[in-house]
Design a protein around this ligand. Structure first.
Ligand code: IMP
Ligand code: MG
Length: 192
């Protein structure tokens, strides 16, 4: 495996979305959710750990009363392509019964994580479940095609990090979203 630079910016090949662009878009989504859920019992359910940053900013961009919680899921390990299996590692603790749930995800890739979490949350009998993702990857042959109500940005099928998104748990603290240099995860041409 390549090495992670002390200055994380050096490992970024291209910045796709700046901090300013992200916060503007999150503000717009927050305003839409505030309109759509006025007078409802809104609960945001973020998927750990990638959606933490998005959830924190989105919650503060929403003006109507709401609560939030997190669920745990992991599908990637330390590779840059989906393992195909989704493990649920933590359930919600706030009550979802008769509430209007919006699942908050960092990135919609194969769709397996969102589909698995949506199925898990149905067991708690919310009145409605919808989904929000900051990033929507344009991939061919998606495992689960889902109707996602709120989408931040579309992007090509490239491996990105920052604003919560990681490679091997690093880069989540970057304020922008960028394409990770393949040098970091390739060793002699082999993708780990
Ligand atoms: P899916 O289940 O294939 O849709 O994958 C969703 C999860 O994979 C996300 O929650 C991310 O944690 C991870 N993921 C997918 N694409 C990327 C990426 O480009 N960078 C970082 N993580 C990613
Ligand atoms: Mg991840």
């Amino acid at each position: 495996m390549g090495t992670i630079s002390k200055n994380l910016d050096h490992d970024i090949e291209e910045v796709l979305f700046t901090e300013e662009q992200i916060l503007k878009r999150v503000g717009e989504i927050g305003a839409r959710i505030s309109e759509d859920y006025a007078g409802r019992e809104l609960v945001l359910v973020g998927i750990l750990r990638g959606a933490l940053t998005f959830l924190a900013d989105l919650s503060r961009a929403i003006t109507v009363p709401h609560s939030f919680d997190m669920v745990g899921a992991s599908s990637y390990g330390s590779s840059t392509s989906s393992s195909g299996r989704v493990q649920i590692t933590k359930d919600v603790e706030v009550t979802l019964r008769d509430k209007d749930v919006v699942i908050i995800e960092d990135i919609y890739d194969s769709g397996r994580t969102l589909a698995a979490i949506r199925d898990l949350l149905r067991v708690h009998h919310p009145s409605t479940i919808s989904m929000a993702t900051l990033l929507h990857k344009k991939v061919k042959n998606r495992a689960a095609e889902l109707d996602i109500k709120y989408i931040g940005f579309e992007l090509d099928d490239r491996f990105v990090v920052g604003y919560g998104l990681d490679f091997d748990e690093y880069y989540r603290n970057l304020k922008y979203i960028g394409v990770l240099s393949p040098r970091v995860y390739k060793d002699g041409g082999a993708v780990l």
